[in-house]
Design a protein around this ligand. Structure first.
Ligand SMILES: Cc1cc2nc3c(=O)[nH]c(=O)nc-3n(C[C@H](O)[C@H](O)[C@H](O)COP(=O)(O)OP(=O)(O)OC[C@H]3O[C@@H](n4cnc5c(N)ncnc54)[C@H](O)[C@@H]3O)c2cc1C
Length: 326
């Protein structure tokens, strides 16, 4: 059994998903701790031509499970064949597709499973991971029991690793063929198109405008949506706003919500509680708008604007639209 760290690398529309680049970086980091190599399990349209480039993010090798545009679960037979008796761990993104494939690996090969995790490392030759439980109030560190089969399958939350280019440049690519005859691999996508109301993935957004209790109600998010649209970004929220039912829980940022990493985070009517901060503190630039000059968010914001969000946000939106010539 090798000390390799494998990772699921999803491709679509000819390009790798952000999760593939995050996990390539993470797998390379863990492989340097385990003394093995980072190995991509690439699937989806563009995987065959794009897998080699994962080398720039740290993958030493890439195994192409399939290059077609088809449901992720249909790559399970090829993934199972590639993972059998291979390596120390398989990192899977904690996305619906990643969870499907991880479950197939764990169920078929009877492997130990962990996650979703926010931190993972190699300690004494085993993969150790940290998971938040009980609504984030308890952090559990887990590792496979002595004698447990390898590899461990670890579901990794978005933004646990930051994609970094530092690898050799090109991963050595091999194709799998042995699982292509499986009935599961025969399903195809007949047609796909973007939904009318396009949902911006908060975890991948480069600009986020987040609202909190200070927004005052569901309709109070209107000006924030306008600003987000003008900036080409997404709307997020504090738990207070999600708990109040003003915005869906999927948009909650923080310890018990999403961990985001935009280049610009604008927090309006958010006090900056520690449980919110842990979800957005890795934003490159933090702008806070709050009418309380002593709000804690002012202590870690790059720009702290003291004032009423209902005056500042629309003025900001108008100015951005004016500069864009809209
Ligand atoms: C186990 C646990 C897990 C948690 N997980 C999360 C989590 O994942 N995410 C999260 O966000 N919270 C989480 N919380 C809750 C967290 O502790 C805070 O209660 C919450 O973040 C507060 O939300 P808020 O900042 O919107 O509200 P508040 O703290 O009430 O702040 C509202 C702010 O709006 C300002 N304001 C009001 N009106 C205006 C206006 N017109 N213009 C400008 N500013 C205005 C006020 O000055 C104030 O600073 C968790 C708590 C616990 C115990």
């Amino acid at each position: 059994m090798s000390n390799d760290i494998l990772f699921l690398a999803e491709f679509s529309g000819g390009a790798p998903a952000r999760s593939a680049l995050e996990l390539a970086t993470g797998a390379a980091e863990l492989a340097s701790q385990s003394g093995g190599s980072a190995v991509a399990l690439a699937y989806g349209s563009g995987a065959a031509s794009g897998a080699g480039a994962l080398g720039a993010h740290g993958a030493a090798r890439a195994i192409v499970l399939g290059d077609e545009d088809r449901p992720a679960i249909t790559f399970a037979p090829a993934a199972i064949a590639a993972v059998r008796d291979a390596g120390l761990a398989v990192l899977a993104p904690a996305t619906p597709n990643g969870r499907d494939l991880a479950a197939a690996l764990v169920g078929s090969l009877d492997l130990p499973a962990f996650g979703p995790v926010r931190a993972v490392r190699v300690v004494d030759g085993a993969v150790e991971s940290e998971q938040a439980t009980l609504q984030g109030s308890v952090i559990t560190t887990a590792r496979p029991a002595d004698g447990a089969p390898s590899p461990s399958v670890v579901l990794v939350l978005a933004n646990t690793f930051t994609p970094a280019e530092g690898g050799s440049g090109t991963a050595e690519v091999t194709q799998t063929g042995d699982a292509a005859e499986s009935a599961l691999a025969k399903a195809t996508v007949a047609e796909s198109h973007e939904a009318e109301a396009k949902v911006v993935n908060l975890e991948e957004a480069t600009v986020i405008v987040a609202g909190g209790r200070g927004v005052g109600g569901e309709e109070g998010f209107g000006p924030l949506r306008d600003l987000a649209e003008a900036l080409g970004g997404a709307v997020g929220a504090s738990r207070a706003a999600a708990d109040a039912g003003w915005i869906p829980y999927q948009l909650q940022i923080g310890q018990t919500g999403k961990v985001v990493k935009p280049s610009l985070y604008i927090g309006a009517g958010i006090s900056g509680a520690i449980q919110h901060r842990v979800g957005m503190q890795t934003a490159e630039h933090v702008v806070a708008i709050n009418r309380d000059p002593d709000a804690p968010i002012g202590e870690f914001a790059d720009l702290f604007v003291v004032g009423d969000l209902f005056e500042i946000i629309p003025a900001l939106t108008d100015e951005i639209r004016r500069r864009k010539g809209a």
